[in-house]
Design a protein around this ligand. Structure first.
Ligand code: COA
Length: 260
């Protein structure tokens, strides 16, 4: 892949996608979003990649938001296209058929926070800082912040964060369940890789179907979600790995999954 704003690295059975504009604190311009769309679309059909890590280049920032220099030029019709494009990229990530881990290494503001909210698993470094400061620019979030944040924390706190632009640090994000763990900056990527490696070893069809079932919790009511779970459960029982996993348990040995 020919990329100018992202770094892409494949390691064993997982990939690391690094947003690489450190001089602009990895702000999301049109090129970054276009390349994210390209990379995630490609990754979705690569069977050998079973987990993806997203992070930001440099020690200071995950992503400090959408690129304000681009936003500044938008008129009303262009702004709609702009928001819909960013939303489509983050929805692609949220609906990926392989787990996406956000390794949040500093500022996660505006579009950076929205990118984090669209990932399946979030871990961060001690210097992470989260916020939706769009209101201070005379704006509102346009890449899903008003929709995903209230689904992750209380609607009251989401309203306060969106309306005041207040930022929250790593420990507060941990207490709120917005991130699973907080690590020293130098430990963040190794820990993300450890997790990606662990998930990559799990049977791929079961992992994919867990993601589909989780997706249904965002899209449906309980009864419809339970019907989807039952269907996915039955389909998973048709896989070679299901037969191997259950047989290995009964034979008291480690399963040898083939991801089929
Ligand atoms: N869009 C475009 N450029 C951005 C940016 C953004 N969202 N965030 C940071 N940058 C650029 C700065 O303009 C600066 O570029 P320059 O060196 O060419 O002037 C560079 O990144 C470094 O940022 P700077 O502000 O000097 O770093 P800082 O450590 O003093 O402050 C922040 C860091 C994150 C507090 C500050 O950059 C900031 O508030 N950024 C905007 C956050 C925001 O509102 N995001 C939502 C956007 S919708």
């Amino acid at each position: 892949m020919d990329l100018s704003t992202l770094l892409f690295e494949q390691k064993k059975n997982y990939a690391i996608v690094t947003i690489n504009r450190p001089d602009k604190l990895n702000a999301l311009n049109n090129t970054v979003l276009t390349e994210l769309k390209q990379v995630f679309s490609n990754l979705s059909v690569l069977d050998e990649i079973r987990c993806v890590i997203v992070t930001g280049a440099g020690a200071k920032s995950f992503v400090a938001g959408a690129d304000i220099a681009e936003i500044n030029k938008l008129d009303v019709p262009q702004a709609k296209v702009f928001a819909e494009f960013g939303q489509s990229v983050f929805s692609l990530i949220e609906e990926m058929n392989k787990p996406v881990i956000a390794a949040i290494n500093g500022f996660a503001l505006g579009g950076g926070a929205e990118l984090a909210w669209s990932c399946h698993i979030r871990i961060c470094s001690e210097n992470a800082l989260f916020g939706q400061p769009e209101v201070d620019l005379g704006l509102i979030p346009g890449y899903g912040g008003t929709q995903r944040l209230p689904r992750l924390i209380s609607s009251s706190l989401a309203a306060q964060l969106l309306l005041t632009g207040e930022k929250i640090d790593a420990q507060k994000a941990l207490a709120l369940g917005l991130v699973n763990n907080v690590f020293k900056p130098e430990e963040l990527l190794p820990k993300a890789e450890e997790l990606a490696d662990k998930i990559s070893a799990k049977p791929a069809l079961a992992v994919q179907n867990i993601l589909k079932a989780l997706s249904s919790t965002r899209q449906t009511g309980l009864n419809e979600g339970l019907a989807i779970e039952a269907l996915l459960f039955s389909l998973t029982c048709g896989s070679d790995d299901f037969h191997e996993g259950t047989k290995a348990f009964l034979e008291k040995r480690k399963a040898a999954f083939k991801h089929k």
